[in-house]
Design a binder for this molecule. Structure first.
Ligand SMILES: Cc1cc2nc3c(=O)[nH]c(=O)nc-3n(C[C@H](O)[C@H](O)[C@H](O)COP(=O)(O)O)c2cc1C
Length: 358
């Protein structure tokens, strides 16, 4: 049957359908459990969480499902090697963003506090809690960490936005490659070439990777229904990772307003921008993203730009100034129909079965 693949076998799940993990509080235990309990693989994006918070989330997951699930973190979570920006950098950013803070009627935030990478401490917790799948993006963990995963029975999956990244992940011994096409909602998780140069679409990327790499491949980006799943499997993918369609379900951590946006006319127009976090990401196109295109050198490095922008986001939501907010989402948003994760899962399985069998 179409649903028996290398990935379902490795992960012990019924269907080759995984829910994309969402960092930045967009994940939810309820969403993860709905997907895992329906025979897919639920995922939790934990890159902004402290180690203790990851333990607490994991305890809640264990109460909600006894099925396999995925915890995801970012190998590189910081583009500020020293953790601090200079006064000059801050002034430059403040100048370019001032009109938008003025439009929201709020003061510019001060210079961001220094940032220290969380990855090393987070990964220790993941090795302790042993999720069935540990997925990561923005790089490759050390050989020592990958070896400990193998010893602890944790399957690993790494995000690739180019063939070169997939080859590097395979050479490091990562079990599964997630082929992440540029249609996808969220950040471009490139780690070899700049994200702007790593913009292959999912269906090309899957074929390039399948031709050269033996590890199983999960297709991510632009898939939201049975047709998309059938197409990805036909091209050689061993499973799919679906983000935007699950983000739009009521169990996700997205605000109701954000979910409404994905179903609205605005969901038709998405763009890649660095304006919101300092790293390139896809969301519903806003005027701010359009205005500041070409000014990337004046933004603060990730994640300080995101800290800088969080007060603007909060005020803009209160004031319904949509053009100042990036609502994360992928290009596939206009075809979404489901608002409940269990119904989405059921429909994905039924549609794929119908398409592949008839
Ligand atoms: C709001 C949001 C946050 C995301 N955060 C992460 C993350 O932290 N780690 C990760 O591996 N993928 C992340 N992704 C990517 C998804 O897991 C998934 O691969 C992607 O959404 C699939 O493409 P689609 O949106 O076209 O379905 C995020 C996506 C969105 C929309």
């Amino acid at each position: 049957m179409w649903y028996n693949t290398k990935v379902t076998e490795l992960l012990g799940i019924d269907y080759p359908i995984t829910q994309g993990p969402f960092g930045g509080n967009f994940s939810a235990v309820e969403l993860l459990a709905a997907v895992s309990n329906a025979g897919g693989l639920g995922g939790y994006g934990a890159y902004t969480l402290s180690p203790q918070e990851i333990v607490e989330v994991n305890d809640k997951i264990k109460v909600s499902t006894n099925k396999p699930y995925n915890i995801n973190i970012w190998v590189s979570d910081n583009d500020v090697p020293t953790g601090i920006v200079t006064d000059e950098q801050y002034e430059q950013t403040a100048k370019i963003f001032k009109p938008y803070f003025d439009a929201a009627g709020i003061p510019l935030p001060g210079k961001p506090e220094p940032f220290k990478s969380r990855f090393e401490n987070q990964v220790q917790v993941i090795l302790d809690i042993r999720p069935k799948l540990f997925s990561f993006v923005f790089g490759i963990p050390s050989q020592d960490i990958l070896e400990q995963c193998r010893k602890n029975g944790i399957t690993t999956a790494g995000g690739a936005t180019t063939l070169d990244e997939a080859l590097a992940l395979e050479a490091a011994g990562v079990d599964i490659i997630i082929a992440s096409g540029f249609e996808a909602g969220g950040h471009r998780t490139s780690f070899l070439a700049p994200a702007e140069e790593s913009v292959t679409g999912t269906f090309v990327l899957v074929q390039l990777i399948k031709q050269k790499v033996k590890a199983p491949v999960i297709a991510a980006g632009g898939i939201a229904n049975g047709r998309g799943i059938a197409a990805a499997l036909t091209l050689g993918a061993d499973a799919v990772q679906i983000g935007t369609a699950f983000l739009a379900c009521e169990e996700s951590g997205a605000l109701p307003l954000h979910r409404d946006m994905l179903f609205s006319e605005r969901g038709k127009y998405t763009a890649l921008s660095r304006a919101f976090t300092g790293r390139l990401g896809r969301g519903i196109a806003t005027q701010l993203a359009k205005d500041l295109s070409g000014h990337e050198k004046q933004f603060l490095p990730f994640p300080l730009q995101a800290n800088f922008m969080s007060s603007l986001r909060k005020a803009a939501i209160d004031q319904q100034q949509w053009d100042l907010i990036l609502f994360w989402g992928g290009q596939i948003a206009p075809i979404l129909t489901h608002t409940k994760a269990s119904e989405l899962m059921q429909s994905l399985v039924e549609e794929t079965t119908k398409i592949i069998i008839t």
